[in-house]
Design a protein around this ligand. Structure first.
Ligand SMILES: Cc1cc2nc3c(=O)[nH]c(=O)nc-3n(C[C@H](O)[C@H](O)[C@H](O)COP(=O)(O)O)c2cc1C
Length: 424
């Protein structure tokens, strides 16, 4: 996807500010706000927000002006909302249908409580983990998200540089707006690649050979995007966007052809990046195609975790795609125990969907995750302040996680025990 034109972005920002000014003028004059019903409307709006924090700044009056002002990762979201064009912000924020799953991803963390242990020496905390023989100083990973240039002109390259600064593993999306070669160069280190296999094995194999040649050691195949989806928030916010989408999306919105990781591949028989025809047999064929480690992203049941082991998959990524696959109503953290029951100790387990706090990371690790991926929060940071925003989001999460480990009496990752979490 071409970079967002800066002037166009400024135009959109001015448009959004004017909309907000109009709303504030209307709100100040409106008798509606004195009615009891209005409180219910605002309470409902609050409930739709991804987090129950009522004091998260949401107005222009108290937005953070720089990454260092951020106290938590939520501080970046309203800044990104202000700066990113409505269609792009809407695409990122959107869940599916009623967005029950999107909200459940946050609410479900509250169903799990911590059982801290006391009188342990936690003056030094070691957050390092080992994944496929490689040591990382933090278990916090960048989840693959497509089209990062929708939030900042440098897109995935800015994210990769932020990963380098903080020592994080980066998983690049096949739908990224930057090529695997550019992202590896920016990261100056190991990058994993997430594959949207499309409906064509040949197309998938060509992409896989390219990323293997580029030096990727691990391939994540996303298995939870098979069908169409009603992204209502996206569609509604897109209506507010004054720009003409096809000016940038010349090959069509979301088309694989506009993504550099499919460059040079004959896509004439491929309608989209989704893989409605993918089966376990397909995974066996991919196994024969590459020497890279293979992780399946989007596994959420113990039955499928069993099949992962049977088919020789090297890792499992528990995720409901941030509530963007099907509106199944189950918070992602609730899947983790059943998958861990089958796979813990046998293959690495990655987890994402709804992670916003150090406590979320701790709970996921205690419930069986080997490492935890961050999605929307780094996109908020990217949209708000570019690379420094992503760096600060990751820094906040590292600090929060370290603090929770100290409070929990866990000086290292091995000391994070299942019994430190109980289901309420
Ligand atoms: C804007 C956006 C784009 C995404 N693109 C991809 C993608 O290209 N491939 C993929 O496997 N997952 C994709 N995801 C899902 C993320 O990898 C991750 O599962 C999700 O963001 C976790 O939910 P959270 O962001 O609410 O924590 C995307 C998510 C978002 C928000």
């Amino acid at each position: 996807m071409p970079a967002i034109d800066k002037r166009e972005q400024e135009h959109c920002l001015e448009h959004r500010l004017e909309q907000r000014r109009q709303f504030l003028r209307w709100a100040a004059a409106s008798p509606l706000l004195t009615l009891p019903g209005a409180a219910a409307v605002f309470a409902q709006d609050q409930a739709k927000r991804p987090d129950p924090m009522i004091w998260t700044p949401t107005t222009d009056l108290n937005l953070i002006a720089s990454p260092k002002d951020a106290i938590n990762v939520f501080d970046f979201e309203p800044v990104a909302f202000k700066k990113v064009p409505p269609a792009h912000f809407g695409y990122m924020a959107s869940g599916i249908d009623d967005e029950v799953t999107l909200r459940a991803n946050r609410q479900a963390f509250q169903k799990f409580q911590l059982r801290p242990r006391r009188l342990r020496d936690v003056s030094k905390i070691d957050t390092s983990v080992t994944l496929f023989g490689r040591k990382w100083n933090t278990p916090i990973i960048i989840a693959p998200t497509g089209g990062n240039k929708a939030y900042d002109p440098e897109g995935e390259v800015a994210v990769a540089r932020a990963c380098r600064a903080g020592g994080h593993l980066n998983i690049l999306s096949a739908a990224g707006a930057s090529s695997i070669e550019d992202v590896i160069a920016a990261r100056q280190g190991e990058v994993w690649f997430q594959l949207y296999a499309t409906s064509s094995l040949e197309v998938a194999q060509q992409v896989v050979r390219r990323v293997e040649k580029a030096g990727c050691p691990v391939l994540e195949i996303t298995v939870d995007r098979n069908g169409g989806r009603n992204q209502e928030t996206f569609f509604r916010l897109r209506r507010q966007d004054t720009r003409t989408c096809v000016t940038c999306h010349t090959a069509g919105i979301g088309a694989a052809r506009e993504r550099p990781n499919y460059d040079g591949i004959d896509m004439s028989k491929v309608a989209s990046m989704q893989s409605a025809n993918m089966t376990w047999d397909y995974i066996a064929k991919m196994r024969d195609t590459t020497k890279m480690k293979i992780i399946l992203k989007g596994i959420v049941t113990e039955e499928d975790a069993q099949l992962c082991l049977k088919y020789g998959v090297d890792g499992i990524h528990v995720s409901n795609h941030g509530g963007r696959s099907e509106d199944n109503g189950r918070g992602a953290i609730e899947y983790l125990p059943e998958v861990a029951k089958v796979a813990r100790g046998k293959v690495p387990i990655l987890f994402d969907s709804g992670v916003r706090r150090g406590t979320d990371i701790f709970k996921a690790m205690a419930l069986g995750a080997t490492a935890v991926c961050i999605g929307r929060p780094y996109l908020w940071g990217l949209g708000a302040f570019g690379q420094p925003g992503v760096e600060r989001v990751l820094e906040i999460l590292r600090e929060e996680f370290t603090g929770v480990m100290q409070q929990m009496g866990a000086p290292n990752i091995a000391a994070i025990m299942p019994e430190m979490v109980r289901q309420a």
